[in-house]
Design a protein around this ligand. Structure first.
Ligand SMILES: C[S@@+](CC[C@H](N)C(=O)[O-])C[C@H]1O[C@@H](n2cnc3c(N)ncnc32)[C@H](O)[C@@H]1O
Length: 226
């Protein structure tokens, strides 16, 4: 993978400005966006808000906002990195959705858990493409990616790489309980070797889930219903 910054990258047929502050959106992530759009198309209830966690370049939130078949009540995008949020703002303006999307600096869903302003919808869709590459995998990484892309976007220095998603899942349970949502649907992207581990984990929580394959026919996207 050859990286030249600053650059414009295409994702979901939209153009995104990228530089060293964000992960370059990957084509495989389009599968997750497809599944969100499909879920919105078949939604019986149209009282839905949307949150994209770890928004980076804003690829997911922009693609969903530009292609949603229904009017979403509120749209939020969060990132723990202030640098990434600056790039997200550029792309949200570039794609002319600044009136629809609110950007926040937050560690996962923390801002919504501590916020006294409640999310104004009975249903919520959350997307998250979080850092999921574990410690031991660093030696298999493309040097160009290691030298250029922000490590906060790639690595989660623990055993399975799924730990940040586990923390997010517990936050979703808490958010659902606090705000009395009818339903929350979480879409996450995982690394190719997390299929079995993630399935065992979701089963242990009695959650309803479905896996989707990426462009290389590998299970990389999970839809989880709360
Ligand atoms: C793999 S990148 C994904 C970027 C973009 N969503 C995409 O799909 O191209 C992960 C993003 O998560 C952010 N991030 C890392 N830890 C986070 C946390 N605890 N809370 C919120 N965002 C986090 C990083 O700053 C980075 O922008």
């Amino acid at each position: 993978m050859k990286i030249n910054y600053p650059d414009n990258e295409e994702f979901y047929s939209l153009s995104f400005y990228v530089d060293k502050r964000v992960l370059i959106p990957r084509n495989d992530t389009e599968v997750l966006v497809d599944q969100v759009i499909k879920t919105l198309k078949s939604a019986q209830n149209q009282d839905i808000s949307f949150i994209d966690i770890g928004t980076g370049s804003s690829a997911i939130v922009t693609a969903v906002t530009k292609n949603t078949p229904i009017s979403l009540k509120q749209i939020f995008a969060v990132d723990i990195s202030l640098d990434a949020l600056e790039v997200a703002k550029i792309n949200i303006e570039k794609n002319n959705i600044q009136d629809k999307v609110s950007l926040y600096n937050s560690d996962l869903l923390q801002i919504f858990l501590s916020w006294n302003k409640k999310i104004e919808a009975k249903n919520l869709i959350i997307t998250a493409n979080l850092p999921y590459i574990k410690n031991g995998d660093i030696e298999n990484m493309d040097q160009e990616v290691l030298d250029n892309e922000p490590h906060i976007a790639l690595f989660w220095w623990e055993k399975t790489g799924f730990e940040m998603y586990e923390r997010l899942i517990w936050q979703v349970f808490e958010l659902k309980k606090n705000n009395r949502f009818q339903e929350i649907i979480l879409f996450i992207e995982i690394w190719f070797d997390q299929y079995e581990y993630s399935q065992e984990y979701l089963k242990s929580l009695w959650l309803k889930y479905q896996y989707f394959k990426d462009l290389n026919n590998i299970f990389r996207c999970i839809k989880i219903q709360f």
